[in-house]
Design a protein around this ligand. Structure first.
Ligand code: FAD
Length: 503
């Protein structure tokens, strides 16, 4: 018997996959995308597709019995997280390893469904350091602008930023940063700031102003399902299968055969099947793609995969921290979930940090300033395949997070000294001021130029490609999705004129 066949198979529907599917579809190549999560288009009993952070239900998390928001407690009370009943195919996953929890999105659009939409482009000098073999001139002249345009990146109107109560929290943190002599920067976003202003005027349903973000935004955000993926479907050559996990990969003629497991929203396996393809693109994200290839190498279905698979993983130096403001510096009870300002200490030669001013949208005054800092952390983790669980294990020690904390602490100690404030210790378990044991920006595992050639071709494996954040070696200095998108655009434009020409 022969297995069903598609010319190109794309695993996942996040940034790298969405770019890939659009460009393949435009070139007339029949493409099937396989996505583990749901298509988030059907409203629940409350009339909404997604639930808010303030009132989470089973839609919030991917097969968890309880939410696992990044803040553990508030005023040391266990009031942040909620029981959400029987496990369900929700939109946000947290994959827990011994010293690191990795947050990822699940559904058509991958991380774009749950992320904060922040869309900065890395400083060119740092990009050149991280990916020295990639032609930075072409990236900055062509692929970054293309990615920003395709993703719908926009910037807040400065007049609105200065007057709206929804960004008082950002202005307070900016003032304190300036008092300590730091620069701040406005960060572009894919959430429509025009929509946000109309939310505030109560002309449209609220989303960023209604506590929606990490469990999905019902309005306002240009997630991938509204941009790249809509265009990909529009080519007529791309289809998406949801609630389907790619489990195995083996060679099959000139192409590959993948094993599929279809589930229902309660996690029950409905069907196991196989799908053959000529070209296989892996876009399951840093953890997902790395796990698929490690499994293939270690179970012997693709035994000659490079030793570099599973190495070079980093958290983009993510650290979260919070400061306690004075009574005369309230941060506001209405806070937009969409961050728009950052403290830019990236040029510090010893402790570089880009610290985003994050909201604490709990609907009441907290006098807290929250931050997600991106730092330079030279430590790298690696994955090994665990035969007993059939999963990849991340090796990351608690000590490996220390450089991230040091750089963030240098910045916030200086702000606290300048303003006479202190850290909030009630938000993370163990009275900690800093949390570097989870991340939003997993990067690496199948690094460009090591596990693959300079365009994402897996070494020694014709027609097998990597197209997501696993290509980036652990650090980028800013939030990663614009770069993941631009790099995928660059790689695809090369592959379409080489491997995929004259098929
Ligand atoms: P992903 O977007 O992770 O997509 C991978 C997809 O593959 C997922 O949909 C997954 O379900 C699917 N998949 C995985 N395994 C399989 C399998 N075996 N079979 C089938 N499908 C599979 N970045 C920014 O730039 N700005 C931000 O403001 C920002 N905020 C964030 C906030 C949160 C809460 C989180 C979690 C992330 C945030 N990020 C942000 C990070 C950003 O979302 C990720 O870097 C980005 O989504 C990674 O893109 P990717 O293409 O590598 O894969």
């Amino acid at each position: 018997t022969t297995a069903p066949y598609t010319t190109a198979l794309v695993v996942g529907t996040g940034y790298g996959s969405a770019v890939t599917a659009l460009r393949l579809g435009e070139a007339g190549i029949r493409t099937t995308m396989i996505e583990l999560g749901q298509q988030w288009t059907t409203a629940g009993p409350d009339g909404k597709v997604f639930c808010s952070t303030l009132n989470p239900d089973r839609r919030s998390m991917w097969f968890h019995r309880r939410t696992e928001a990044p803040l553990d407690t508030f005023l040391w009370l266990d009031v942040v997280n909620r029981d959400i009943g029987t496990p369900y195919a929700g939109v946000l996953d947290r994959i827990d390893y011994p010293n690191m929890g990795v947050y990822v999105g699940r559904g058509v659009g991958g991380g774009s469904l749950v992320n904060g939409g922040m869309a900065p482009t890395p400083q060119r000098a740092y990009f050149e350091k991280v990916l020295p073999q990639v032609d930075a001139a072409a990236m900055y002249a062509r692929y970054f602008p293309l990615a920003r345009r395709m993703l719908g990146v926009n910037t807040i109107d400065p007049r609105y930023l200065e007057k709206t109560p929804a960004y008082q929290y950002a202005r307070v943190s900016r003032k304190h940063a300036h008092q300590a002599g730091f620069k701040t920067a406005v960060v572009p976003n894919v959430y429509s700031f025009d929509y946000l202003e109309r939310e505030e005027r109560k002309e449209v349903p609220r989303s960023a102003l209604a506590g929606e973000v990490i469990y999905g935004n019902n309005h306002g955000k240009q997630s991938l399902d509204k941009t790249y993926l809509a265009d990909a479907i529009g080519t007529g050559n791309v289809t998406i299968r949801t609630l389907t996990r790619v489990t195995t990969i083996r060679r099959y003629g000139k192409g590959y055969l993948v094993g599929l497991e279809q589930i229902d929203a309660s996690g029950k396996v409905l069907k196991r099947s196989e799908l053959a393809c000529r070209y296989l693109f892996l876009g399951a994200g840093s953890v997902g793609t790395t796990e698929l290839l490690l499994r293939a190498r270690e179970t012997g279905t693709l035994p000659d995969l490079p030793a570099a698979i599973g190495t070079g993983w980093g958290s983009n130096g993510n650290v979260m921290t919070a400061r306690a403001n004075h009574a005369w510096d309230p941060t506001g009870s209405l806070q937009s979930t969409i961050p728009t300002l950052a403290i830019d200490n990236w040029d510090d030669p010893v402790n570089p940090a880009f610290a985003e001013i994050a909201p604490l949208p709990v609907g009441l005054e907290t006098w807290a300033s929250l931050y997600l800092a991106i730092t330079v952390n030279p430590e790298r983790g690696h994955f090994t395949y665990n035969h007993a669980t059939d999963r990849a294990d991340l090796h990351w020690s608690a000590g490996q997070s220390a450089p991230s904390v040091r750089s963030a602490q240098a910045l916030f100690d200086r702000i606290n000294r300048a303003t006479g404030t202190t850290y909030r210790r009630d938000l993370f378990t163990g009275n900690r001021a800093f949390a570097a044991d989870f991340c939003y920006h997993p990067l690496g595992g199948c690094v460009l130029g090591q596990a693959t050639d300079l365009y994402g071709r897996v070494i020694g494996h014709p027609n097998l490609y990597i197209t997501d954040g696993s290509l980036i070696p652990g650090s980028l200095g800013v939030n990663p999705f614009v770069t993941i998108t631009a790099l995928a655009e660059r790689n695809l434009s090369h592959l379409l004129t080489t491997d995929l020409k004259n098929r």
